[in-house]
Design a protein around this ligand. Structure first.
Ligand code: HAM
Length: 424
């Protein structure tokens, strides 16, 4: 980046998407769309900014997002606006804006950019992208099992099996949380002076977040703290046991991790994260859980819900490290040799593109160089012709990989190409 001219560099923590990385993003989104159709989700795309209250009221006062990570500003009408840091709260707002609460459950799939003012590092950006799935208005424990299976299905469709692990926990119901909260406060109070400043601040607001602390000193204290599972009500415990039993029954591998609390305050009961070792520090590729109280806080109505989100950048990086080959759309190239052939080539180009054949054209330069460039651009078949071929009503087809050449009648060209290009 030029220091003299800041316009030449992107804002810290943001980047341009193009080439292979963009292709990976699109591939991941395509797979997610298939999974969403396959499991009966409908696409829902909220705006990328909202009135700040949507997030400030919904995400909980101790969530990192609210305390330090939002891009918030006053617009020209002096309304406080926030660039969305996640989808879940926007969707909660969208449910009511569009009266969708009248037809529950709603199964909604979203994807797109989000904004968090975090300290940028590899796979942690200030503008990043998520795939987000929510089932709004579904209470059954079976929905929790289903949602985890859908999340896992997506990773399997992306051929990531064996490269991640699933960790699961239960945060219980409101009563379980009150009981656990008291136990945690009592325990951490004994070590109050040894806790980090962040954890001291969180202790009375949301002691669960202390479990999530990255501070080494805090981690040692957390090691022997009371366990959530021991404070779950009988009902919450049975629910969690049932979910675990059925995940196992359905062939979903997971480990129970009592330390998973998630960075957002709205979760209840089931919470889960998908973690990989192949990305270094930012190993959480996705996560989610049940949030039964969010809608009560927003609109005073009981709408138990559950969902999850994956970070597209993180999945893309996993695929890049694995050198995943993306399916290529087939491409043919047109290479007229003479000026007269160029005139004819334009009419062929028009016909081929109208016939939905992807066409590359290079009008000038030495044929050797043109073909080399075409090869770099993944052209599969080159259509080459000069005045002689035109006079005979023919064109030459060259298969770029094998080097094989053959003459075909110009009138059969479209059919010939359709028969021989790779339809992958
Ligand atoms: P989250 O854990 O905050 O959950 O984010 C989900 C995923 O987004 C993370 O696991 C990570 O892959 C990706 N991610 C988060 N922050 C960044 C960043 N700064 N740079 C790159 N990737 C990032 C949620 O957002 C919840 N709304 C998920 C949910 C949906 N829960 C219920 N429904």
């Amino acid at each position: 980046m030029s220091k003299e001219n800041p316009i030449l560099g992107p804002v810290r923590g943001t980047k341009d998407l193009f080439g292979n990385e963009l292709a990976l993003h699109q591939y991941i989104i395509d797979r997610a769309k298939k999974v969403s159709e396959n499991s009966f989700f409908k696409e829902f795309q909220p705006p990328i900014f909202e009135y700040s209250d949507v997030f400030y009221r919904n995400l909980g006062e101790t969530s990192d997002i609210v305390t330090k990570e939002t891009y918030t500003f006053n617009d020209r009408d002096k309304r406080m606006i926030t660039l969305r840091p996640e989808f879940t709260a926007s969707i909660a707002r969208g449910i009511f804006s569009n009266s969708l609460q009248q037809t529950l459950p709603q199964r909604l799939f979203s994807y797109g950019p989000l904004f968090r003012h975090e300290r940028p590092q590899k796979c942690r950006l200030r503008q990043f992208h998520q795939l987000n799935f929510e089932i709004i208005g579904a209470d059954s424990w079976a929905t929790d099992v289903e949602v985890v299976m859908i999340a896992e299905q997506l990773l399997q469709d992306l051929e990531l099996k064996g490269h991640y692990r699933l960790e699961l926990n239960s945060l219980g119901c409101q009563t379980s949380r009150v009981l656990y909260r008291e136990a945690l406060i009592e325990y951490f109070n004994k070590y109050y002076n040894e806790l980090s400043a962040d954890s001291q601040a969180r202790l009375h607001k949301n002691p669960l977040r202390v479990l999530d602390s990255k501070d080494e000193g805090d981690k040692k204290i957390v090691q022997n703290c009371p366990q959530m599972y021991d404070h779950l009500t009988l009902e919450a415990r049975q629910r969690f046991d049932n979910i675990r039993e059925h995940l196992t029954k359905c062939g979903v591998e997971f480990t129970y991790n009592p330390r998973i609390v998630r960075g957002l305050d709205y979760y209840t009961h089931t919470v889960f994260e998908f973690i990989t070792d192949s990305l270094g520090a930012q190993g959480t590729i996705g996560g989610g859980g049940r949030y039964d109280n969010l809608y009560k806080e927003v609109a005073g109505v009981d709408i138990p819900s559950i969902g999850f989100a994956f970070g597209i950048e993180r999945i893309a990086e996993m695929l890049r490290v694995m050198e995943k080959n993306l399916p290529q759309a087939s491409l043919v190239g047109i290479f007229p040799i003479t000026e007269a052939a160029t005139s004819y080539a334009l009419t062929i180009l028009q016909e081929l593109r109208r016939a939905q054949i992807n066409c590359y054209a290079d009008w000038q330069g030495k044929m050797g160089k043109r073909l080399k460039k075409a090869d770099q651009n993944n052209v599969e078949i080159a259509i080459i012709f000069g005045d002689t071929e035109i006079s005979q009503g023919q064109v030459q087809l060259k298969h770029m990989q094998t080097g094989q050449e053959r003459l075909v009648a110009a009138s059969d060209l479209i059919q010939e190409l359709k028969n021989s290009i790779n339809h992958g």
